[in-house]
Design a protein around this ligand. Structure first.
Ligand SMILES: Cc1ncc(COP(=O)(O)O)c(C=O)c1O
Length: 489
């Protein structure tokens, strides 16, 4: 029964040429079959080969790798014995994960006074500006207080201010193309529910922002993962996935991707736009982190690269959560005005509208956004450097690439211990999530840890010391925790 279900879900396969291209660094390793099995296992745990992907036929892979068929047969045996593959006569061999590697995560844990919270990659508010904006909002309230205060589309002045900012960033936008939402998360859920039907496919990055992946699952949509690393995206694979799976939607975070920090180059954006137009796929572009451009100029909106008229198929979401404060719960959708009307109709049964006072505060904050970022970005840069220095000092075996922007390091632990490390870290006063929480396929990215640099340097140093202390524990315990999904951001 379970097997039938797995076979039913098998809708992706990997060609021998592609797998051979991914298997770098195994040539010459002895014994060859073990190196091959280890290579495939690493690709699977890394998310570069998705779970439940049909592996090439033995003969084809042997020929692509210029090894004997017996080597591939033995490697597939090793993978099966370890629980990393399954085979069925006539159906081939596909990737699997051993039962103990099923999704797991630490319990929801209220961060107490002495707990350093590294599960949330979001900064605190710019306090002085927030206080000033609250005062300004109180003064503006007189205009709104006599009205009922329900604005399903958002208050007109804020829609205009968000539209004006898109225009300033290179994407001409009218206020009626903007819907104000209760954060980007709300915007994502609305767009997924309106554009997708249960069972539809959604191309997603792997790893990706967990709450978006959860929203996709909850909407009954089927994720089609494509790998992303700190080195970026594979355009060829995205294009072939779009063409083969013809997904209804593609959810992408092109600006300082969460959790890898990668920034998608312009040519890749153009290619994705072209392919998605050909396959009729909606592009759901999450620009929540776009303002956190630390080493590069702020990226232009993704939709600004669409040829005239084609931009309608791009739905952009954003928010003030990273530039200002997540506690405001102010986000938006930018899309064609017809779609905005449909989204506004869809949000009424959920929350009617976003609170007016928060919108007035946001309006004021948006006016000074450049000043806030001028102060915020150098601080984040300094915190990023301080965190990197602390980790290098206390956990020198860990590796990472410094991302050009965003709020976290995507750390390679060198061994697949992230879930047990995260669980053990709680006892040492650190709340953090293992990489698998970001995996589109459960149980992958176990050798990764997302470490935000949102804490001040002294706390980052403490966190590094505590994580190093955690490493002295036995972290090889098989992971059998039930699937509890704590919240991260
Ligand atoms: C990529 C991405 N999208 C959306 C969100 C949610 O943003 P908001 O707080 O505006 O709902 C986050 C927050 O971490 C994020 O990283």
């Amino acid at each position: 029964m379970a097997e039938a279900r797995v076979v039913h879900r098998l809708d992706r396969s990997l060609g021998s040429g592609r797998l051979a291209g991914l298997l770098t660094g195994i040539a010459g390793e002895r014994p060859g079959y073990r190196a091959l099995a280890q290579g495939v296992r690493t690709l699977l745990l890394d998310g570069r080969v998705p779970l439940h992907t049909r592996l090439p036929a033995e003969r084809e892979l042997a020929s692509a790798l210029a090894v004997s068929r017996a080597t591939v047969t033995a490697a597939y045996d090793v993978l099966r014995e370890g629980g990393y593959a399954r085979s069925r006569r006539g159906a081939g061999t596909w990737t699997e994960l051993p039962a103990g590697r099923r999704p797991s995560s630490v319990a929801v844990f209220p961060a107490g006074d002495d707990v350093l919270d590294l599960a949330i990659a979001a900064p605190g508010a710019p306090e002085a500006e927030l206080t000033e904006a609250l005062g300004a909002a109180a003064a503006m309230l007189a205009e709104h207080a006599p009205t009922p205060g329900y604005h399903p589309y958002g208050i007109p002045a804020l829609r205009a201010a968000v539209a004006e900012r898109f225009t300033r960033r290179g994407l001409p936008t009218l206020p009626d193309q903007i819907l104000i939402t209760t954060g980007a998360q709300h915007a994502l859920s609305l767009a997924l529910a309106l554009l997708g039907r249960p069972g539809d496919r959604v191309l997603v990055e792997n790893p990706s922002y967990p709450n978006a992946l959860d929203a996709i699952r909850r909407a009954g949509l089927r994720a089609v993962p494509v790998p992303v690393t700190e080195d970026g995206w594979d355009s060829g694979l995205i294009e072939s996935s779009l063409r083969q799976a013809a997904p209804r939607l593609a959810y992408l975070v092109p600006d300082f991707q969460n959790p890898t920090g990668a920034l998608m180059p312009r040519e890749q954006r153009v290619r994705i736009l072209d392919t998605a137009r050909a396959t009729g796929t909606w592009l759901l572009i999450d620009e929540t982190i776009a303002d956190i451009a630390l080493d590069v100029p702020p990226p232009a909106p993704f939709a600004s690269l669409a040829p005239h008229g084609a931009g309608e198929q791009v739905v952009t979401v954003g928010s003030l959560s990273k530039s200002h404060w997540g506690g405001l719960r102010i986000g938006w959708v930018r899309a064609g005005s017809k779609l905005i009307t449909e989204l506004a109709m869809a949000r009424v049964p959920v929350d009617m509208s976003t609170p007016v006072i928060e919108q007035l505060v946001a309006l004021r904050l948006l006016r000074g956004v450049d000043d806030v970022l001028r102060a915020r970005l150098p601080r984040l840069r300094a915190q990023r450097d301080a965190l990197a220095a602390s980790l290098a000092r206390h956990v020198p075996e860990w590796r990472w690439q410094v991302p050009p922007g965003g709020l976290s390091l995507w750390v390679d632990l060198g061994r697949p211990i992230a879930s047990s490390l995260a669980r053990a870290a709680l006892a040492h006063g650190v709340r953090i999530e293992g990489g698998s929480r970001f995996g589109a396929d459960p149980g992958t990215h176990e050798h990764r840890l997302r470490v935000p640099y949102t804490l001040p340097p002294a706390q980052a140093e403490q966190a590094a010391i505590r994580l190093a202390a955690t490493l002295t524990e036995d972290l090889r315990t098989p992971d059998t925790a039930p699937d509890r999904r704590p919240w991260v951001a």
